[in-house]
Design a protein around this ligand. Structure first.
Ligand SMILES: O=C(O)C(=O)C[C@]1(C(=O)O)C=C[C@@H](O)C=C1
Length: 272
């Protein structure tokens, strides 16, 4: 049987803990606690991006005539990844670049990150889907129309959101690895048959998904209210910096399904 351990995920105390590198003896509880922590990063990143209006010129290639058809946001993300690759960001297997071609080799002395992933599965990436989802679906849902000229700050805020989402979704590799180790026989049968549906069924825990969606909705309410010195309770009049329903929808329609896609793709290569 696939593992059903640790249905209840982290407590509020865990939320306050710093993120540690994954232990070699990875457990589903450890990975789920890390996913809970990353919800904070995602909600705060969305709040920071929502400070700016949509800022359409940041996405219009005509703003940067010298960039060969690239928008400011794409040129910014590519440039930031080149810089960050040079200083070693992608040595950490949790970090997956959006534009992996042409990244320079790191010039820093490598840190010995634990090798948890199966080598053939390590390079699974859903970053194209994440990029398209973010700009085509999500961004219009949580920004107001308008143009305040802050295009570079907007692009920087977009990249923080994208990197937080990418890290969370690619954590599906840790989830898949630990689930495989917990129930190798169940997964091996589905992997050998290349049966995506069976893998999807094995790795799905609907009760956990429901808890995740309820928790991110609540986090968006708590983190996204204006804090005053008066005592206040949530009501229909409360204004949030990012609509909590959009955050719940983000997880329901995109974050959880893409995480599961990462898990399936990882597992399909797990015996190679
Ligand atoms: O916690 C897990 O078991 C996961 O695989 C992660 C996750 C999620 O993305 O939050 C995805 C699939 C499961 O159905 C439940 C939750």
């Amino acid at each position: 049987m696939a593992s059903t351990e640790h249905f209840t995920t982290a407590t509020s105390e865990m939320d306050e803990e710093k993120e540690a590198p994954p232990p070699q003896d990875l457990t589903l509880g450890w990975v789920r606690d890390a996913l809970v922590r990353q919800e904070d990063s995602i909600v705060f990143a969305l709040i920071e991006r929502a400070r700016f209006p949509y800022n359409a010129p940041a996405y219009d290639p005509s703003l940067l005539p010298q960039q060969g058809g690239r928008s400011l946001v794409e040129a910014f993300a590519r440039g930031a990844e080149v810089l960050q690759a040079k200083f070693g960001r992608y040595q950490n297997p949790e970090e997956v670049p959006f534009f992996p071609d042409d990244l320079p080799a790191p010039s820093v002395i490598p840190y010995n990150f634990p090798e948890v992933f199966h080598p053939a599965s390590a390079y699974v990436t859903e970053n194209n889907a994440i990029w398209n989802m973010y700009f085509n679906d999500l961004l219009p849902l949580f920004t107001v129309e308008g143009d305040d000229g802050n295009y570079t700050s907007t692009a920087a805020a977009d990249l923080v959101c994208l990197q937080a989402l990418s890290r969370r979704i690619h954590y599906g590799k840790y989830v898949a690895e630990v689930k495989f180790r917990d129930a190798p026989q169940d997964y091996m049968t589905a992997i050998c048959a290349k049966d995506r549906d069976a893998l999807m069924k094995l790795l799905t825990f609907e009760a956990v998904e429901e808890m995740v969606k309820r928790r991110v909705l609540k986090k968006a309410m708590v983190f996204g209210q204006t804090v005053t010195l008066e005592d206040k309770t949530f009501d229909d009049e409360t204004k949030y910096k990012v609509d909590p329903a959009v955050v719940a929808r983000l997880y329901d329609e995109w974050v959880i399904p893409l995480t599961k896609d990462v898990e399936v793709e990882y597992l399909l290569r797990r015996l190679d």
